[in-house]
Design a protein around this ligand. Structure first.
Ligand code: AMP
Length: 420
């Protein structure tokens, strides 16, 4: 071990487990690519104001968890704590919303940073795959995104997750509810911090994880009872579309989520095998965010699924993904001449699309065969001096153990025939 270790709250993805992370990202992205979402990549850091205004001044993410810093040039930047604000910023800056085909549908995959108290499932560097549909108000779009996340999790073999669904109302009905909730909260026996939160962002108090607080919240007014007719109808339509597709969800009138920009539809995917960090993904509608960051009115909806927690969910359910061995053929040269000959064979196989690896470092037969075994290759080509003198190599089937001598000039063909 070196004197250095990965920073607190981070971990490395190393083979062989790293292949699971790649497969999870791919499984989440596949339904998006198949549904009109284009790939977007934004910088790992942004102007700190984008997140302060976008995610919300009073959120934990902005007040406590952001990696904010000043550059040598005096710019105030922050490592991105989430994806939506950046993606919307990029879409606006690139004028994608003016190209005439709304919604702009985008998907992304990357690293995010939050200075949190690390624990299982909660890291300071984590990875998300996300999707945003920008510039359309249509319940079918909300339903589409929920269905795509649901399908992604199912395609991975996950079963023990639940979808929590709520509506947070809009500019018209939420303020009325907010005032009613504030009235209710002011009458409770809450600590100073929580009372302050009740003044700045009362909805967040509903999300408090402490039992003592939750007990007092019994009987709190629920947004559900304050939704305006338009929000009610919109939410009903989302629910009906999900019902029609057989997607099961639970109405959760207390679901608020930790970001300020949500309006109307909000949802969370929770997994029951993960303990306290049970949210594997979440999202919702953010009809006001574009204007909050200086853009035109662009009602939008999106989600982000956490890759780290999805991998933990797979472990919790005992699901192992069927990941094909990275290497199909392993080449073992015994001696100098063999090394030159087999190296050419290996290059030819690779160029022809066959995943091939080579025994480096002048290993003997025993050590090289150990590597061949570990690689998971189906076939091994062994070239010894005596065989080569007759223009032959040995082709070994690693499963059956069968071995045949093949002319070196025909080995590429022979490999292809066996792998086909
Ligand atoms: P959020 O942006 O907070 O709604 O998070 C969306 C998803 O990202 C969550 O459901 C988690 O799966 C994942 N996530 C958020 N924060 C962390 C973290 N600190 N460590 C690991 N995963 C996280």
């Amino acid at each position: 071990m070196s004197t250095f270790q990965a920073p607190k709250g981070t971990y490395d993805l190393l083979p062989p487990n790293s292949s699971t992370y790649l497969a999870v990202r791919e499984a989440i992205a596949a339904p998006l690519r198949n549904s009109g979402y284009g790939y977007v990549e934004t910088p790992g850091f942004e102007n700190v104001e984008l997140f302060a205004r976008g995610v919300g001044e009073s959120t934990d993410i902005v007040t406590k968890e952001m990696y904010a810093f000043e550059t040598k040039g005096g710019d105030r930047l922050a490592l991105r704590p989430e994806g939506t604000a950046s993606v919307l910023r990029a879409a606006l800056e690139g004028n994608l919303h003016k190209a005439g085909n709304l919604p702009v549908k985008l998907w992304y995959s990357g690293s995010y940073y939050r200075y949190e108290r690390p624990q299982k499932g909660r890291y300071r560097h984590f990875s998300q795959v996300g999707a945003e549909a920008i510039g359309a108000e249509d319940p079918a779009l909300d339903a589409e995104l929920i269905i795509l996340a649901n399908d992604a999790y199912r395609s991975l073999g996950l079963r023990n997750f639940r979808i929590l669904l709520n509506s947070l109302g809009d500019q018209e009905c939420r303020p009325v509810y907010r005032a009613a909730l504030q009235d209710f909260l002011r009458g409770l026996d809450l600590d100073e911090d929580t009372l302050r939160r009740a003044e700045i962002n009362p909805l967040r108090v509903l999300d408090d994880k402490r039992d003592a607080v939750q007990r007092q919240l019994v009987g709190a007014p629920l947004l559900r009872d304050y939704l305006c007719d338009a929000c009610k109808a919109y939410h009903e339509e989302v629910r009906e579309l999900l019902n029609a597709e057989g997607v099961e969800y639970e109405d959760d009138p207390k679901l608020v989520r930790g970001l300020d920009y949500y309006t109307r539809t909000t949802f969370e995917f929770v997994h029951d095998g993960l303990g306290s960090q049970s949210a594997v993904g979440g999202g919702g509608r953010y009809d006001g965010l574009s204007e909050m960051i200086g853009g035109p009115a662009l009602p939008s909806v999106g989600w982000a699924l956490g890759v780290d927690r999805t991998v933990l969910a797979l472990e919790a359910e005992g699901v192992t993904l069927d990941i094909p061995a990275a290497t199909s053929v392993f080449a073992v040269p015994l001696g100098e001449e063999a090394r030159r000959v087999l190296f050419r064979v290996v290059t030819e196989l690779r160029r022809g699309g066959v995943a091939t690896d080579f025994s480096y470092g002048g290993k003997g037969l025993k050590g090289a065969m150990k590597n061949a075994n570990r690689s998971g290759a189906r076939l091994t080509i062994v070239a010894g001096e005596r065989d080569l003198a007759e223009g032959l190599v040995q082709l070994k089937d690693m499963e059956s153990g069968d071995q045949v001598a093949v002319p070196v000039t025909e080995v590429v063909e022979a490999v292809r025939a066996r792998l086909a």
